[in-house]
Design a protein around this ligand. Sequence first.
Ligand code: PEP
Ligand code: MG
Length: 589
Amino acid sequence: MTFSIHGLPVARGIAIGRAVIMGGRVDVAHYFVEPEQVESEINRVREGRNAVIEEIQRLQQTISQMKPKEAPHELSALLDVHLMLLQDRDLIDGVKHWIQDRLYNAEWALTTQLEVLSRQFDEMEDEYLRERKADLEQVAERILRYMKGVASPVQPAPRRKTSQDLLLDDSVDVPLVLVAHDLSPADMLQFKQSVFAGFVTDVGGKTSHTAIVARSMDIPAVVGARSASQLVRQDDWVIIDGDGGVMIVDPSPIILAEYGFKQRQAELERGRLARLKHTPALTMDGQKIELLANIELPDDAAAAVEAGAVGVGLFRSEFLFMNRKGRLPDEDEQYEAYRRAVEGMKGLPVTIRTIDVGADKPLDDGIRDAAHLNPALGLRAIRWSLADPAMFLTQLRAILRAAAHGRVNLLIPMLAHATEIRQTLSLLDFARAELDNRGVVYGPVQVGAMIEIPAAALTLRTFLKYFDFLSIGTNDLIQYTLAIDRADESVAHLYDPLHPAVLQLVAQTIAECNARGKGVSVCGEMAGDVAMTRLLLGLGLRSFSMHPSQILAVKQEVLRADARRLEGWSHEVLAAEDPGRLLSKEETQ
Ligand code: PEP
Ligand code: MG
């Protein structure tokens, strides 16, 4: 039966494929194996199952030697049931299928089959049989525990499948769509080169970091879809509409045809936009607009150049520190990574932001920082760096060294206090002095600050005294101005980029920088939103930094805009009680 689930649109486009449900078991690894690893993965499950069978048999023997009072008959009957379940063909064949046909790793295959069988138990009429589900879960848990103690001989091996054409074809190349309760930015990063054609998560806001990474992958994604991971079943056919923020489950042929059409239209539109790649970003009245890229990893530089970016406006360096099981990259490793990004940009400038972890970007996979009640207001970004000067100095030295290979700007996140600014700049001097002492070559950097806390936007004079340029992080600026957690879907409707208070802080920052001749850009998600381009141009913004996939659409808006004429209208929007209304009116001018 067809039904739809609504969430928040995160990354545009349509994906049609089969659902892969990732359960809430945080301790189970999910990755794809290479075909030659299939046998060893099947063996791992087999060994786990055999070990659990032996364990139960040993227990049965012990029980048989006990007095009836000490070992009730029910216990032995229960163990019989467990043994029976462990030998059940549906379990064994199902797990094999997920490994052989889908190349899931052993743990993922086992939990997937567990889910399939659990559904079957749920549908049973007989209450006794229905209750056997709990036994099944217990035996699967035992196998998983055994496997956890035995290291996987294989490493995660991403595999890319791009086939988008499907007409309910059950071949191996059917696109897969990941449906999960939650994914951390670190999980997302691991999936960056994977097979998935789309993502849906139960939780998350539009500018959560998980959503940001999904957007950088340029595949349809929906977050905040509440109980999607429970309502959708493993292998269900689903459509993800990343523009509308909807997932359609078990679509009828008519709906499939309609979305197939939309998918082809979107492809055509992309083809049309691609022609703008080499067109200079000039407004109709001749204003030159800088369109920069946001990247997460050095290799993303290629996509930035490909999209026609004139530089990187935000390299979120914290992603280099994730998925590393506690071992942070040392100076040389970081230097190599930054250098790769700089060289990848072929002479164009790269703005490297120092590490911004904490809040919804924890370092450890999938673990939210439970120790802090309010992580978004806690030890995040520059606060984290200043709390660990040795780590920060390592990063600063690595960035300075990379600056010897091209144009590098250094960007500091989440500053609010003059003392933090001074501390940061003296650590930067210290890092230079350390390199001088070691006789290591390094290059010059322009130093900038992110304006993403209202306190910073309200004390611009201090910031402009110390920094060469400013970059407005609207994602956090909105979060902290409106007191709305950007990752919390339950308040997503209040997360409003067009709130007059937000717009005023953005407008003042742009105006002040322009008046003082200092560079200013917006690097939050607002910069890549075509609905905001004209407003930001009218407010005087000339530098936008966004995901590479958004550059051409924003360029199209720029080419159609007359920046001077937009000024008066933008200031009307700024003064309005409800700017959103005026924004839609401008369309008809
Ligand atoms: C922002 O806050 O707008 C920003 C660009 O930084 P991040 O999204 O990484 O917090
Ligand atoms: Mg931020």
